[in-house]
Design a protein around this ligand. Structure first.
Ligand SMILES: O=C(O)C1=C[C@@H](OP(=O)(O)O)[C@@H](O)[C@H](O)C1
Ligand SMILES: C=C(OP(=O)(O)O)C(=O)O
Length: 421
């Protein structure tokens, strides 16, 4: 058992300028599109972290050539094939984006992942692939795909209320199916819709004809995916713990390179922090947040931006007045059951948190130090770091879980406390 990470307290308001590594979601989409493209691609300023390294290793094991060009990746596509063993780690983007691509490959391709990855919902997308012509043994990790070198494709009806990644994963490979792909969603609302918009926008940027004009229906025409240069934006969801540092200490943090326009749902943090009483400015310097004397509680629907929940829950626990976080039942299928994990950890350090059917009710209470379990979840770990800035003795059991999407979170956090960069 490694030593817990005792979150550093900030005795003074945090004042820093911070650069955030590339977006996980954009990097892993770019890697899939590049591997399925009709020519080479360059991926500039990608995220290099566990989730994206797993994607690179998996695509290499299926035959794609991926080389380093300084900090960038150059991808030369090839006909994907087994036999291969794919390690998905705990990455939703690997376990949901790769099987639809591997389904046009030839040979046996085995997928597995971390212990908790075996619990994450997969049946919807595996059944969809079967409906489109794939031969797959298993309903969740571990499973085996018996590739035939092509996939008929066509129409499929799925319930994507468990994860937007079911839709995105299928769409990314859909143009390479013989008949293309039409997905119709039938069920409760789809979460994380901006992530589907991100998929559609990137497919179009690669020359694919996508029709998303009807609600809950997405259609991609069969045809080539163009090789191209992808320039990866900073990961806005990963920026939120750093912005939260300003919010909880009454300090000021600037994130450089914040895009003026983006499909990343993390951009919504601007509105949420304003609602909680922060001053938020987006200009040529980046996004700057200044925290108030006391944060206000919020009542927010986070269905579109579920990724932000651990950060917002940490802020809410330190605010004045109750917060209600709604629309996030699907978080039970994330890296861990995030609703249960947040309730358990916050209550363990003196908080008053109730789980609801689709979210959390958080009533601020005086908090004290204690164990903060990450449950192998990077965003649980960073939520502990936020609380630890103002609550002495918050001990995160597994800070290494942050390597899922940030290569050196403890180092970045320490540098932020020293002023940044
Ligand atoms: O497509 C993507 O890159 C993602 C979609 C979302 O998944 P869910 O729809 O399962 O929430 C998000 O939470 C995840 O971190 C990344
Ligand atoms: C839900 C998340 O990740 P994944 O891509 O593994 O689903 C997340 O990063 O918050």
């Amino acid at each position: 058992m490694t030593q817990p990470w005792v979150a550093p307290v900030s005795a003074t308001p945090v004042r820093a300028t911070v650069s955030i590594p590339g977006s996980k979601s954009i990097t892993n989409r770019a890697l899939i599109l590049a591997a399925l493209a009709d020519g080479p691609s360059a991926i500039r300023t990608p995220l290099r972290s566990r989730d994206t390294n797993l994607m690179v290793e998996a695509l290499r094991s299926l035959g794609a050539k991926i080389t380093d060009d300084g900090e960038d990746w150059l991808v030369t596509p090839a006909a994907l094939h087994g036999p291969a063993d794919v390690d998905c780690g705990l990455a939703g983007t690997v376990m949901r984006f790769l099987p639809p691509a591997a389904a046009i490959g030839q040979g046996e391709i085995r997928f597995d992942g971390d212990e908790y990855a075996r619990e994450r919902p997969m049946e919807t997308i595996l059944n969809a692939l079967r409906g489109l012509g794939a031969d797959i043994t298993g309903d969740r990790l571990p499973f085996t795909l018996h590739g035939k070198g092509s996939l008929p494709g066509g129409e499929v009806v799925i319930d994507a209320s468990g994860s937007s990644q079911f839709v995105s994963g299928l769409l990314l490979s859909g143009p390479r199916y013989d008949k293309g792909l039409t997905i119709q969603h039938d069920g409760k609302p789809v979460p994380s819709m901006p992530h589907i918009e991100m998929t559609v926008q990137m497919l179009r940027a690669a020359g694919v004809d996508v029709n998303d004009s009807s609600a809950n229906t997405w259609q991609v025409q069969p045809g080539p995916i163009r090789g191209r240069e992808w320039v990866i934006e900073p990961d806005l969801s990963n920026a939120t713990p750093f912005l939260a540092a300003a919010a909880v200490t009454g300090g000021t943090v600037t994130i450089t390179g914040w895009p003026a326009e983006t499909t990343q749902p993390g951009d919504d943090i601007r509105g949420i922090l304003s609602q909680m009483g922060c001053e938020v400015t987006l200009d040529a310097n980046g996004l700057t947040v200044t925290g108030p004397t006391r944060l206000s509680g919020v009542d927010v629907d986070l269905r579109d931006v579920g990724e932000l929940t651990p950060t917002i829950a940490a802020l809410a626990a330190l605010a004045e007045g109750q917060s209600v976080l709604r629309g996030i039942a699907h978080l039970r299928g994330h890296e861990t059951d995030r609703l249960a994990a947040l309730a358990e950890d916050l209550n363990g350090i003196g908080g008053d948190v109730t789980e609801t059917e689709d979210g959390l009710i958080i009533r601020p209470r005086p908090l004290h130090g204690g164990a903060w379990k990450a449950f192998a979840d990077h965003r649980m770990a960073t939520a502990g770091a936020i609380l630890g800035l103002v609550v002495e003795g918050v001990e995160v059991d597994d800070i290494a879980s942050t390597t899922k999407t940030i290569p050196d979170f403890p180092g970045m956090w320490q540098r932020m406390l020293g002023g940044g960069q």
